[in-house]
Design a protein around this ligand. Structure first.
Ligand SMILES: [Zn+2]
Ligand SMILES: [Zn+2]
Length: 228
């Protein structure tokens, strides 16, 4: 078996232990594994951000989320697997722009474990791309991530084409009009978990969550591969 990241042959002595994944699954070599920064330790109960141990935090909720809650947060919580650092950026480029299958397989192992751990009773809903963006890329990375969970997912949302979120400031993002709209019926009282690749400001998943909540969803959370 080969490392899913660097394709080197896995050595017998290689051990790759994750607290979520059974020990017998060897997916990446020790060298590649070392370079991945997983999100763990004390997290903000809402957005899943790692707490800086030196900061004094009340109730394990970060300042951003405290503000969201005061405004009436449509999102219950977000959990992410990895810190979006330079190493992860390289992997994401392989996955996002080339649709790399090995990368997807590796992400799948860990994402599935986190889904089963935190969102077992939720139905996955991939965050959609606009038709224009989908044509440009050829696939929706969030839908690939949702497929990796190996449970049925619902395509409930569609997206209007807008300027790239990454080109806007945080304030601009907060004030933008909601690009999402319903494309299928929400089952009233059901719990949904939005699937996306990166959680940056949290605006995107909250815009999507607010549509689902307004249409009868009991609870909307987010599962994202990386945390910016
Ligand atoms: Zn490797
Ligand atoms: Zn937070």
């Amino acid at each position: 078996m080969n490392c899913l990241i660097c394709f080197d042959e896995l050595q017998v002595g290689d051990t790759w232990f994750s607290y979520l994944v059974p020990r017998y699954i060897k997916a990446v070599c020790a060298h590649c594994d070392q370079k991945l920064q997983r999100i763990q330790g004390v997290l903000c109960v809402c957005c899943g951000r790692m707490h800086n141990t030196s900061s004094s935090v009340s109730e394990n909720i970060c300042e951003d989320c405290e503000l969201w809650r005061r405004l009436g947060d449509p999102l219950t919580c977000n959990r992410s697997l990895y810190v979006y650092d330079d190493e992860m950026k390289k992997h994401m480029n392989r996955f996002k722009f080339r649709g790399d299958v090995a990368m997807a397989k590796f992400f799948g192992l860990e994402l599935r474990a986190l889904f089963r751990h935190s969102f077992r009773h939720y139905t996955p809903v991939p965050v959609p791309l606009s038709t224009e963006r989908l044509e440009e890329r050829g696939f929706n990375q969030s839908e690939i991530l949702a497929e990796l969970l190996q449970v049925p997912f619902h395509t409930l949302l569609a997206r209007r084409h807008t300027e790239k979120q990454s080109k806007k400031s945080k304030r601009e993002r907060m004030n933008t009009e909601n690009p999402f709209f319903l494309s299928n019926e929400v089952v009233c009282g059901k719990k949904y978990v939005l699937i996306d690749d990166i959680y940056t400001t949290g605006v995107t998943v909250r815009q999507a969550a607010s549509i689902l909540r307004k249409n009868g969803a009991a609870d909307v959370a987010a599962l994202t591969l990386c945390r910016g």
